[in-house]
Design a protein around this ligand. Structure first.
Ligand SMILES: NC(=O)c1ccc[n+]([C@@H]2O[C@H](COP(=O)([O-])OP(=O)(O)OC[C@H]3O[C@@H](n4cnc5c(N)ncnc54)[C@H](O)[C@@H]3O)[C@@H](O)[C@H]2O)c1
Length: 272
């Protein structure tokens, strides 16, 4: 194994211009990591960069595979080898499954799911080959393990992130690799996540399901997020979990009863 004490840790963080991603970047930087920051939001990236000691920024779309390849090429030219991946960029789209338009399904799958697989496709082989200790944290959500109504696009993609992350965890465990895997499932955290009308995200509000229940869920979540956990606390929690090599990272215990009911329903059905 390579002696990591003589090397700088390098963390790549997607969705680093705001919220949880910004605080993962600050926390990593405070630990002495060099950081590679990715987001669609150039101004937000600049703000985060100012809060970190040594940062490279890339204003790109995580759902665009070629752009992720270009990031890797730019890092290779500078001999920067990433050993921590925080696949955190995400968008929120509310609505019913069949009333979510084809365009909106593409949009959310591209960002929330392909945004992660693109980074894994481009970066993971090299991380495994260099044999340097590292870690991957994929940001899912409580919506990745429980199902609230009228949030089909968000729930479906976050369930996919949990399934993908667990698969990756099992795969890397099998190869005795030096790269750990965790999935982050936050409850409500102060950020811009629910504000999907931000022009940069290019989510045409006319394409969303205008259903009253979906709008109500959005309003409730918006309120929850406004009063949610500080993202700096989430970042702290994430780095503790990395140290302890924990796969599951939950930030909100209050959803435990809902999960219990949901899993009990499955167990009852299996046993009947
Ligand atoms: N805040 C919460 O309550 C909460 C709860 C559960 C899960 N999450 C998840 O946490 C992650 C971080 O979100 P947040 O809450 O900090 O929200 P946020 O909106 O403040 O930050 C998300 C960042 O991702 C960026 N982004 C969106 N689409 C992108 C794309 N295609 N390419 C590159 N960057 C893109 C945005 O510009 C933004 O800066 C998301 O995956 C979100 O689903 C958040």
């Amino acid at each position: 194994m390579v002696d990591t004490s003589v090397l700088n840790s390098v963390s790549l963080i997607t969705g680093a211009a705001s919220g949880i991603g910004r605080h993962l970047a600050i926390h990593a930087s405070n630990l002495g990591h060099d950081v590679v920051l990715i987001d669609l939001d150039a101004n937000g990236l600049d703000e985060t960069k100012k809060l970190c000691s040594k940062a490279e920024t890339f204003c790109i779309d995580v759902g665009n595979y070629e752009q992720i390849v270009e990031v890797k090429e730019a890092l290779d030219k500078k001999n920067i080898n990433v050993n921590y991946l925080f696949n955190n960029a995400g968008i929120f789209i509310e609505g019913r499954s069949w009333k979510t338009s084809h365009e909106m399904w593409n949009k959310i799958i591209s960002t929330n799911l392909l945004g992660i697989t693109n980074v894994l496709n481009v970066f993971l082989d090299q991380m495994l080959n260099t044999d340097i200790k590292g870690h991957i944290v994929n940001t899912a959500s409580m919506a990745g393990v429980i199902v609230g109504g009228f949030l089909a696009p968000y729930t479906a993609t976050k369930h996919a992130v949990v399934g993908l992350s667990r698969s990756l965890y099992e795969e890397l465990k099998e190869t005795n690799s030096n790269i750990g895997v965790s999935v982050l499932c936050p409850g409500v955290v102060q950020s811009q996540i629910i504000e999907n009308e931000r022009p940069l995200l290019e989510i045409n509000q006319d394409d969303l399901d205008g259903d009253e229940n979906a709008k109500l869920m959005k309003t409730m979540l918006s309120e929850g997020v406004r009063n949610g956990l500080e993202p700096s606390m989430v970042a702290e929690h994430v780095f503790e979990a990395i140290d302890k090599e924990e796969f599951w990272i939950f930030t909100h215990q209050e959803f435990a009863d809902t999960y219990k009911e949901y899993s009990q329903e499955i167990l009852d059905s299996m046993n009947s």
